[in-house]
Design a binder for this molecule. Structure first.
Ligand SMILES: [Fe+2]
Length: 422
Protein backbone atom coordinates (compact mmCIF):
# COMPACT_ATOMS: atom_id res chain seq x y z
CA UNK A 1 0.00 0.00 0.00
CA UNK A 2 1.14 3.52 -0.77
CA UNK A 3 0.05 4.75 2.62
CA UNK A 4 2.45 2.43 4.39
CA UNK A 5 5.44 4.15 2.73
CA UNK A 6 4.46 7.49 4.18
CA UNK A 7 5.53 8.01 7.78
CA UNK A 8 2.76 10.59 8.22
CA UNK A 9 -0.93 9.86 7.93
CA UNK A 10 -3.00 12.12 5.66
CA UNK A 11 -4.46 13.69 8.77
CA UNK A 12 -1.03 14.55 10.18
CA UNK A 13 0.11 16.11 6.88
CA UNK A 14 -2.92 18.39 6.74
CA UNK A 15 -2.40 19.35 10.39
CA UNK A 16 1.29 20.16 9.70
CA UNK A 17 0.37 22.37 6.77
CA UNK A 18 -2.21 24.24 8.81
CA UNK A 19 0.23 24.66 11.65
CA UNK A 20 2.62 26.61 9.40
CA UNK A 21 2.00 30.28 8.78
CA UNK A 22 3.91 32.74 6.64
CA UNK A 23 4.44 36.05 8.42
CA UNK A 24 6.51 39.20 7.90
CA UNK A 25 9.69 39.50 9.95
CA UNK A 26 8.11 42.58 11.53
CA UNK A 27 5.40 40.41 13.06
CA UNK A 28 7.86 37.96 14.59
CA UNK A 29 7.90 38.04 18.39
CA UNK A 30 9.57 36.16 21.22
CA UNK A 31 7.80 32.85 21.84
CA UNK A 32 7.17 32.01 18.21
CA UNK A 33 8.59 28.85 16.68
CA UNK A 34 10.36 29.57 13.39
CA UNK A 35 10.31 26.84 10.77
CA UNK A 36 11.83 28.45 7.65
CA UNK A 37 13.45 31.78 6.92
CA UNK A 38 13.21 33.64 3.59
CA UNK A 39 14.96 36.66 2.08
CA UNK A 40 13.49 39.54 0.06
CA UNK A 41 13.53 37.52 -3.14
CA UNK A 42 11.52 34.76 -1.50
CA UNK A 43 14.52 32.44 -1.45
CA UNK A 44 14.78 30.07 1.48
CA UNK A 45 17.74 31.08 3.63
CA UNK A 46 17.50 28.59 6.44
CA UNK A 47 15.24 25.92 7.90
CA UNK A 48 15.65 27.28 11.38
CA UNK A 49 13.39 24.90 13.27
CA UNK A 50 13.83 26.78 16.47
CA UNK A 51 12.08 28.77 19.11
CA UNK A 52 12.63 32.52 19.41
CA UNK A 53 13.76 33.03 23.00
CA UNK A 54 15.21 36.47 22.79
CA UNK A 55 14.64 39.76 20.93
CA UNK A 56 18.28 39.70 19.80
CA UNK A 57 17.54 36.63 17.65
CA UNK A 58 14.91 38.65 15.79
CA UNK A 59 17.30 41.58 15.35
CA UNK A 60 19.94 39.23 14.04
CA UNK A 61 17.51 37.76 11.48
CA UNK A 62 16.63 41.28 10.33
CA UNK A 63 20.29 42.16 9.94
CA UNK A 64 20.76 39.06 7.80
CA UNK A 65 18.20 40.38 5.35
CA UNK A 66 15.33 38.10 6.37
CA UNK A 67 11.99 39.44 5.15
CA UNK A 68 9.55 36.77 6.18
CA UNK A 69 9.42 33.49 8.03
CA UNK A 70 7.23 30.44 8.37
CA UNK A 71 6.19 29.93 11.94
CA UNK A 72 4.72 26.77 13.43
CA UNK A 73 1.79 27.77 15.60
CA UNK A 74 1.54 24.33 17.17
CA UNK A 75 5.01 24.60 18.60
CA UNK A 76 4.95 28.29 19.52
CA UNK A 77 2.93 31.48 19.72
CA UNK A 78 0.51 32.45 16.96
CA UNK A 79 0.22 35.91 15.42
CA UNK A 80 -2.20 38.30 17.04
CA UNK A 81 -5.62 38.47 15.30
CA UNK A 82 -5.08 42.01 13.97
CA UNK A 83 -2.03 40.98 11.96
CA UNK A 84 -2.12 42.05 8.31
CA UNK A 85 -1.36 39.60 5.50
CA UNK A 86 1.94 39.78 3.62
CA UNK A 87 2.24 41.60 0.31
CA UNK A 88 3.03 39.46 -2.73
CA UNK A 89 6.68 38.33 -2.78
CA UNK A 90 9.20 40.10 -5.01
CA UNK A 91 9.96 38.34 -8.30
CA UNK A 92 12.67 35.74 -8.15
CA UNK A 93 16.02 36.35 -9.81
CA UNK A 94 15.98 40.10 -9.17
CA UNK A 95 18.54 41.89 -11.39
CA UNK A 96 21.18 42.12 -8.65
CA UNK A 97 21.77 38.40 -8.97
CA UNK A 98 24.80 37.79 -11.17
CA UNK A 99 24.60 34.60 -13.16
CA UNK A 100 28.26 34.06 -13.98
CA UNK A 101 29.76 34.65 -10.55
CA UNK A 102 32.04 31.69 -10.65
CA UNK A 103 33.41 32.58 -14.03
CA UNK A 104 34.11 36.21 -13.11
CA UNK A 105 35.81 35.19 -9.89
CA UNK A 106 38.23 32.74 -11.47
CA UNK A 107 38.85 35.01 -14.44
CA UNK A 108 40.26 37.50 -11.95
CA UNK A 109 42.20 34.97 -9.90
CA UNK A 110 45.57 35.08 -11.70
CA UNK A 111 45.54 38.86 -12.05
CA UNK A 112 44.52 39.31 -8.41
CA UNK A 113 47.34 37.01 -7.28
CA UNK A 114 49.82 39.22 -9.11
CA UNK A 115 48.29 42.42 -7.67
CA UNK A 116 48.37 40.90 -4.19
CA UNK A 117 52.02 39.88 -4.46
CA UNK A 118 53.12 43.21 -5.92
CA UNK A 119 51.22 45.18 -3.29
CA UNK A 120 52.87 43.22 -0.49
CA UNK A 121 56.25 43.94 -2.08
CA UNK A 122 55.46 47.67 -2.20
CA UNK A 123 54.33 47.62 1.43
CA UNK A 124 57.56 45.87 2.35
CA UNK A 125 59.71 48.42 0.51
CA UNK A 126 57.89 51.42 1.97
CA UNK A 127 57.73 50.18 5.55
CA UNK A 128 61.32 48.88 5.61
CA UNK A 129 62.58 52.14 4.21
CA UNK A 130 60.75 54.22 6.83
CA UNK A 131 62.00 51.93 9.55
CA UNK A 132 65.60 52.49 8.54
CA UNK A 133 65.01 56.24 8.50
CA UNK A 134 64.74 56.54 4.71
CA UNK A 135 62.03 57.89 2.46
CA UNK A 136 59.68 56.29 -0.05
CA UNK A 137 57.98 57.04 -3.32
CA UNK A 138 54.34 58.07 -3.10
CA UNK A 139 53.98 57.19 -6.78
CA UNK A 140 54.81 53.59 -5.97
CA UNK A 141 52.15 53.46 -3.27
CA UNK A 142 49.70 55.09 -5.65
CA UNK A 143 50.46 52.53 -8.31
CA UNK A 144 49.94 49.65 -5.87
CA UNK A 145 46.62 51.14 -4.70
CA UNK A 146 45.59 51.52 -8.33
CA UNK A 147 46.17 47.81 -8.84
CA UNK A 148 44.00 47.07 -5.81
CA UNK A 149 41.18 49.34 -7.01
CA UNK A 150 41.22 47.92 -10.53
CA UNK A 151 41.11 44.33 -9.32
CA UNK A 152 38.21 45.15 -6.97
CA UNK A 153 36.34 46.87 -9.78
CA UNK A 154 36.75 43.80 -11.99
CA UNK A 155 35.68 41.43 -9.21
CA UNK A 156 35.55 42.45 -5.55
CA UNK A 157 35.60 38.94 -4.14
CA UNK A 158 38.80 37.58 -5.61
CA UNK A 159 41.21 39.97 -3.94
CA UNK A 160 39.29 39.86 -0.65
CA UNK A 161 39.69 36.08 -0.64
CA UNK A 162 43.37 36.24 -1.47
CA UNK A 163 44.08 38.75 1.27
CA UNK A 164 42.36 36.38 3.69
CA UNK A 165 45.16 33.88 3.18
CA UNK A 166 47.30 34.45 6.21
CA UNK A 167 50.81 33.22 6.68
CA UNK A 168 52.65 33.17 9.96
CA UNK A 169 55.09 35.96 9.28
CA UNK A 170 55.29 39.33 7.60
CA UNK A 171 52.23 40.54 9.51
CA UNK A 172 53.18 44.18 9.12
CA UNK A 173 53.13 43.95 5.33
CA UNK A 174 50.17 41.62 4.84
CA UNK A 175 48.11 43.64 7.34
CA UNK A 176 48.69 46.86 5.41
CA UNK A 177 47.54 45.17 2.23
CA UNK A 178 44.65 43.40 3.98
CA UNK A 179 43.30 46.68 5.39
CA UNK A 180 43.74 48.41 2.04
CA UNK A 181 41.80 45.68 0.22
CA UNK A 182 39.01 45.51 2.81
CA UNK A 183 38.50 49.25 3.16
CA UNK A 184 38.69 49.86 -0.59
CA UNK A 185 36.21 47.13 -1.42
CA UNK A 186 33.88 48.36 1.33
CA UNK A 187 34.16 51.91 -0.05
CA UNK A 188 33.40 50.60 -3.53
CA UNK A 189 30.34 48.77 -2.22
CA UNK A 190 29.25 52.00 -0.50
CA UNK A 191 29.44 53.95 -3.74
CA UNK A 192 32.85 55.67 -3.54
CA UNK A 193 34.30 56.24 -6.98
CA UNK A 194 37.40 57.34 -8.92
CA UNK A 195 39.99 59.41 -7.05
CA UNK A 196 38.21 58.88 -3.73
CA UNK A 197 38.45 55.12 -4.07
CA UNK A 198 42.14 55.37 -4.87
CA UNK A 199 42.72 57.64 -1.88
CA UNK A 200 41.00 55.11 0.40
CA UNK A 201 43.33 52.41 -0.95
CA UNK A 202 46.41 54.59 -0.37
CA UNK A 203 45.26 55.40 3.17
CA UNK A 204 44.79 51.69 3.85
CA UNK A 205 48.27 50.84 2.65
CA UNK A 206 49.83 53.59 4.76
CA UNK A 207 47.54 53.39 7.80
CA UNK A 208 50.16 51.93 10.13
CA UNK A 209 53.38 53.52 8.79
CA UNK A 210 53.69 55.34 12.11
CA UNK A 211 54.30 51.96 13.75
CA UNK A 212 57.72 51.97 12.16
CA UNK A 213 58.66 54.43 14.90
CA UNK A 214 57.41 52.17 17.68
CA UNK A 215 60.00 49.73 19.12
CA UNK A 216 59.49 46.14 17.97
CA UNK A 217 59.51 44.90 21.56
CA UNK A 218 56.27 46.83 22.06
CA UNK A 219 54.74 46.04 18.65
CA UNK A 220 55.08 42.29 19.08
CA UNK A 221 54.52 42.12 22.79
CA UNK A 222 52.20 39.30 23.79
CA UNK A 223 49.78 40.12 26.58
CA UNK A 224 48.87 43.42 28.11
CA UNK A 225 50.76 46.66 27.66
CA UNK A 226 51.99 48.66 30.61
CA UNK A 227 50.59 52.16 30.75
CA UNK A 228 53.80 53.56 29.32
CA UNK A 229 53.96 51.02 26.50
CA UNK A 230 50.37 51.78 25.52
CA UNK A 231 51.18 55.46 25.49
CA UNK A 232 54.03 54.83 23.08
CA UNK A 233 51.84 52.60 20.92
CA UNK A 234 49.04 55.16 20.78
CA UNK A 235 51.39 57.62 19.15
CA UNK A 236 51.53 55.72 15.85
CA UNK A 237 48.69 57.50 14.01
CA UNK A 238 50.37 60.86 14.70
CA UNK A 239 53.78 59.48 13.77
CA UNK A 240 52.20 58.39 10.48
CA UNK A 241 51.03 61.91 9.71
CA UNK A 242 54.43 63.26 10.70
CA UNK A 243 56.19 60.85 8.34
CA UNK A 244 53.99 62.18 5.52
CA UNK A 245 54.47 65.88 6.27
CA UNK A 246 56.53 66.50 3.12
CA UNK A 247 54.43 64.22 0.94
CA UNK A 248 52.05 66.76 -0.53
CA UNK A 249 50.61 64.22 -2.93
CA UNK A 250 48.97 62.24 -0.14
CA UNK A 251 45.46 63.69 0.16
CA UNK A 252 43.68 64.72 3.36
CA UNK A 253 41.26 61.93 2.66
CA UNK A 254 44.05 59.33 2.80
CA UNK A 255 45.42 61.06 5.90
CA UNK A 256 42.05 60.64 7.62
CA UNK A 257 42.44 56.87 7.34
CA UNK A 258 45.83 57.09 9.03
CA UNK A 259 44.94 59.48 11.85
CA UNK A 260 41.45 58.11 12.59
CA UNK A 261 41.67 54.33 12.30
CA UNK A 262 41.92 53.96 16.10
CA UNK A 263 39.19 56.46 16.94
CA UNK A 264 36.14 54.74 18.39
CA UNK A 265 32.48 55.60 17.90
CA UNK A 266 31.88 56.12 21.63
CA UNK A 267 34.85 58.45 21.97
CA UNK A 268 37.12 55.92 23.68
CA UNK A 269 39.64 55.77 20.85
CA UNK A 270 42.85 57.64 20.13
CA UNK A 271 44.63 59.94 19.40
CA UNK A 272 41.88 62.58 19.81
CA UNK A 273 38.97 60.68 21.36
CA UNK A 274 36.64 61.82 18.57
CA UNK A 275 33.04 60.69 18.96
CA UNK A 276 30.34 59.46 16.56
CA UNK A 277 29.94 61.61 13.50
CA UNK A 278 32.98 63.69 14.45
CA UNK A 279 34.88 60.83 12.88
CA UNK A 280 34.95 60.88 9.07
CA UNK A 281 33.07 58.07 7.39
CA UNK A 282 36.33 56.76 5.97
CA UNK A 283 37.77 56.68 9.51
CA UNK A 284 34.80 54.63 10.71
CA UNK A 285 35.32 52.27 7.80
CA UNK A 286 39.05 51.97 8.43
CA UNK A 287 38.47 51.12 12.10
CA UNK A 288 36.32 48.11 11.21
CA UNK A 289 38.59 46.92 8.39
CA UNK A 290 41.67 47.26 10.63
CA UNK A 291 40.23 45.25 13.52
CA UNK A 292 38.82 42.57 11.24
CA UNK A 293 42.09 42.05 9.42
CA UNK A 294 44.09 42.05 12.66
CA UNK A 295 41.86 39.44 14.32
CA UNK A 296 41.86 37.14 11.28
CA UNK A 297 45.67 37.28 11.04
CA UNK A 298 48.16 35.02 12.74
CA UNK A 299 50.14 36.91 15.33
CA UNK A 300 53.27 36.06 17.23
CA UNK A 301 51.16 35.54 20.33
CA UNK A 302 47.99 33.94 18.94
CA UNK A 303 46.63 32.08 15.92
CA UNK A 304 44.25 33.75 13.48
CA UNK A 305 40.60 33.85 14.49
CA UNK A 306 38.07 32.28 12.11
CA UNK A 307 36.32 35.02 10.10
CA UNK A 308 32.96 34.50 11.76
CA UNK A 309 34.38 34.86 15.25
CA UNK A 310 35.98 38.15 14.26
CA UNK A 311 32.73 39.42 12.73
CA UNK A 312 30.80 38.42 15.85
CA UNK A 313 33.17 40.43 18.04
CA UNK A 314 32.86 43.46 15.78
CA UNK A 315 29.08 43.12 15.84
CA UNK A 316 29.10 43.19 19.62
CA UNK A 317 30.98 46.49 19.37
CA UNK A 318 28.36 48.14 17.14
CA UNK A 319 27.19 51.52 18.57
CA UNK A 320 30.06 51.38 21.06
CA UNK A 321 33.39 50.97 19.32
CA UNK A 322 32.06 51.09 15.77
CA UNK A 323 29.32 52.72 13.80
CA UNK A 324 26.45 50.24 13.48
CA UNK A 325 25.74 51.44 9.97
CA UNK A 326 29.30 50.62 8.89
CA UNK A 327 29.35 47.30 10.74
CA UNK A 328 26.16 46.24 8.97
CA UNK A 329 27.51 47.31 5.62
CA UNK A 330 30.75 45.45 6.28
CA UNK A 331 28.98 42.23 7.29
CA UNK A 332 26.74 42.43 4.25
CA UNK A 333 29.85 42.92 2.16
CA UNK A 334 31.87 40.05 3.60
CA UNK A 335 28.97 37.69 4.28
CA UNK A 336 27.91 36.03 7.51
CA UNK A 337 30.31 33.26 6.59
CA UNK A 338 33.06 35.22 4.84
CA UNK A 339 35.42 33.69 2.30
CA UNK A 340 37.88 31.47 4.14
CA UNK A 341 35.31 30.24 6.69
CA UNK A 342 35.27 26.49 7.27
CA UNK A 343 31.63 25.48 7.59
CA UNK A 344 29.32 22.52 8.02
CA UNK A 345 26.16 22.22 5.94
CA UNK A 346 22.98 20.82 7.45
CA UNK A 347 23.73 17.59 5.57
CA UNK A 348 26.90 17.14 7.62
CA UNK A 349 29.19 17.82 4.66
CA UNK A 350 31.97 20.32 5.40
CA UNK A 351 34.00 22.71 3.32
CA UNK A 352 35.57 26.11 2.83
CA UNK A 353 33.58 29.17 1.78
CA UNK A 354 35.21 30.58 -1.33
CA UNK A 355 32.64 33.21 -2.31
CA UNK A 356 29.63 34.88 -0.76
CA UNK A 357 26.29 35.74 -2.30
CA UNK A 358 25.33 39.18 -1.03
CA UNK A 359 21.65 38.53 -1.73
CA UNK A 360 21.66 35.32 0.26
CA UNK A 361 24.29 35.37 2.95
CA UNK A 362 23.57 31.87 4.20
CA UNK A 363 24.12 30.32 0.78
CA UNK A 364 27.74 30.97 -0.22
CA UNK A 365 29.86 29.03 -2.66
CA UNK A 366 31.71 26.23 -0.95
CA UNK A 367 34.52 23.87 -1.82
CA UNK A 368 33.25 20.65 -0.27
CA UNK A 369 36.11 18.77 1.40
CA UNK A 370 34.28 16.25 3.64
CA UNK A 371 31.20 14.29 2.61
CA UNK A 372 28.05 13.82 4.70
CA UNK A 373 29.68 11.03 6.70
CA UNK A 374 32.75 13.07 7.48
CA UNK A 375 34.98 11.25 5.02
CA UNK A 376 37.62 13.46 3.42
CA UNK A 377 37.13 13.64 -0.34
CA UNK A 378 39.99 12.84 -2.67
CA UNK A 379 38.72 15.42 -5.08
CA UNK A 380 37.05 18.39 -3.38
CA UNK A 381 34.45 20.09 -5.56
CA UNK A 382 32.81 23.48 -5.63
CA UNK A 383 29.14 23.94 -4.79
CA UNK A 384 27.38 27.25 -5.26
CA UNK A 385 24.59 27.02 -2.71
CA UNK A 386 22.85 30.14 -3.98
CA UNK A 387 22.56 28.82 -7.50
CA UNK A 388 21.84 25.26 -6.54
CA UNK A 389 20.39 24.88 -3.08
CA UNK A 390 19.16 21.36 -3.56
CA UNK A 391 21.49 18.41 -3.30
CA UNK A 392 21.27 15.32 -5.50
CA UNK A 393 18.75 13.93 -3.02
CA UNK A 394 16.41 16.86 -3.67
CA UNK A 395 16.85 18.31 -0.19
CA UNK A 396 17.69 21.96 0.35
CA UNK A 397 21.06 22.66 1.88
CA UNK A 398 22.51 25.65 3.62
CA UNK A 399 25.29 26.43 6.06
CA UNK A 400 24.59 25.34 9.60
CA UNK A 401 27.65 26.45 11.54
CA UNK A 402 31.24 27.57 11.14
CA UNK A 403 33.98 25.38 12.60
CA UNK A 404 37.63 25.68 13.44
CA UNK A 405 39.50 24.41 10.36
CA UNK A 406 42.53 23.43 12.44
CA UNK A 407 40.52 20.73 14.21
CA UNK A 408 40.00 19.11 10.80
CA UNK A 409 43.48 19.76 9.48
CA UNK A 410 42.13 22.04 6.79
CA UNK A 411 44.01 25.07 5.48
CA UNK A 412 41.32 27.35 4.01
CA UNK A 413 43.94 29.42 2.19
CA UNK A 414 44.68 26.49 -0.09
CA UNK A 415 41.15 26.55 -1.46
CA UNK A 416 41.00 30.29 -1.88
CA UNK A 417 43.95 30.46 -4.21
CA UNK A 418 43.12 27.54 -6.47
CA UNK A 419 40.51 27.02 -9.12
CA UNK A 420 39.07 23.59 -8.25
CA UNK A 421 37.83 23.24 -11.82
CA UNK A 422 41.36 23.19 -13.21
FE1 LIG B 1 47.02 51.03 13.73
Amino acid sequence: MVASQNPYSQHTLVAMEQAEKKISIDDLVVGMFVQDVFNARDVLMVSANSMIWDQSQIESLKRQGVRHVHINVQKGKDVSPDHTPLPAPLPKNAPDEPTTREHEYYKELDRAKLVHRQTIETAREVLDSIKSGGSFSVEKVEKAAEGVVESILRNPDTLISLSQIKGYDEYTYTHSVGVSVLVTSLANAMGYKGERLLEVGIGGLLHDIGKMRVPESILNKPGKYTEWEFKVMKKHPEHGIDILKDKKKVSDFSRAVIIQHHERYNGNGYPYGLKGEQIDEVGLMAAVADVYDALTSNRVYRAAWPPQKALALIFRGADEDYSRRIVERFTKHLGIYPAGSFVRLISGAMGVVVRVDRGNLLAPSIVVIFDELGKRLEKPYEWDLAEKQKGSDGRKYHVEISLNPKAYRVDPGQYLSENPMQ
